[in-house]
Design a protein around this ligand. Structure first.
Ligand SMILES: [Ca+2]
Ligand SMILES: [Ca+2]
Length: 167
């Protein structure tokens, strides 16, 4: 029994030492997950009423994703979605729009995500802010293997951004 426990410990340690899942991606070619956790509206672009917010994601090698939600100040949109891509194909671009009609839509901002190895696995907050609007987007890049392990173990968002944002 004792020997078996030692063996398990050795195997677990071996896994973490041998696997890129325990550390940073071993090469830019690793499949990674972009996880969008939430979007926070601090101030709307529209003068009256809610913004018609559209999150646009250009994922390398994939078709563009568009997600929509009306948002007012102090609203938090829990997006909670993951997108997988090969880091060799470039970096995802995150765009945020306020849709207007009949006026042209307002581009609130756009950002490349951190490439793997720069802020890898840590939560990142993008801020799109002018004197007329203010938004924040929380995202995270992880190795796909890390994503799978965390997902299986049920503590995927243990280290998610501070919940004081989530009112
Ligand atoms: Ca507008
Ligand atoms: Ca609008």
């Amino acid at each position: 029994m004792k020997n078996r426990a030692v063996l398990v410990v050795v195997m677990v340690l071996g896994f973490f030492i041998a696997s890129p899942a325990a550390g940073f991606p071993q090469s830019a070619g690793d499949t990674v997950a972009l996880h969008i956790q939430w979007i926070r509206c601090n101030d709307t672009e529209d003068y009256f009423g809610a913004d018609e917010v559209q999150l646009e994601l250009k994922i390398p090698g994939k078709s563009t994703v568009k997600l929509r939600k009306d948002m007012k100040p102090s609203n938090t949109w829990t997006v909670n979605k993951s997108y997988f891509y090969n880091a060799n194909n470039g970096q995802p671009v995150i765009k945020l729009w306020d849709l207007d009609s009949p006026d042209p839509d307002d581009l609130l901002g756009q950002n490349l995500v951190f490439p793997p190895g720069q802020g890898y696995s840590k939560w990142q907050i993008i801020t799109f802010k002018t004197n007329s609007f203010s938004y924040e987007i929380a995202y995270r890049i992880t190795d796909k293997k890390v994503w799978q392990i965390e997902n299986q173990q049920g503590f995927k968002y243990k280290n998610s951004p501070p919940t004081y944002y989530l009112q």
